[in-house]
Design a protein around this ligand. Structure first.
Ligand SMILES: [Fe+2]
Length: 157
């Protein structure tokens, strides 16, 4: 593989890629959970919630794709197996659980907030490592998660 000659040394690119990989694994688990709840949600608000969750999983898939491509830009390969996602993610799958609609939205909100806290930490870390590109990338991505979390929270109020 050709090494990117972009003013970031190999050690920095390794460290940043590990952070991105960790974020990606968490986001992919949340993507799967959002898809699953889109399929299984029930109740009198079925239609708007079903469509709302579709918007959210589509946004999450765009985000994980961007994270994987950022890893490639830093000269690394992206994780892409369910086994790796499960092994490294802090977000839990909650296999077999299909709570009532409100419970589903609470779970998704909780997971977005977990991911936002992880990203916020890595925003500071990438700044310290001097990777302005990833820092900017993560700042924007954190805002997108914050917006999704706000929308979930609004359904719950
Ligand atoms: Fe669908």
């Amino acid at each position: 593989m050709m090494h990117p000659n972009i003013g970031l040394n190999e050690e920095t690119r390794n460290q940043v890629s590990k952070k991105l990989s960790f974020i990606l694994c968490n986001q992919f688990i949340l993507y799967i959970k959002t898809l699953k709840f889109h399929w299984n949600i029930v109740g009198s608000d079925f239609k708007p919630l079903h469509l709302f969750l579709e918007e959210q999983y589509e946004e999450l898939l765009k985000i994980v794709d961007e994270v994987a491509e950022r890893m490639r830009a830093l000269g690394h390969v992206a994780p892409g197996t369910a086994k790796e996602f499960l092994q490294y993610a802090e977000v839990l799958e909650n296999a077999g659980e299909n709570p009532p609609a409100k419970g589903m939205l609470q779970i998704l909100l909780h997971d977005h907030e977990t991911i936002i806290r992880i990203i916020r930490k890595e925003v500071d870390a990438t700044m310290e490592l001097g990777d302005a590109g990833t820092n900017n990338f993560l700042c924007d991505m954190m805002e997108r998660h914050e917006k999704m979390a706000w929308m979930l929270r609004s359904f719950l109020e």
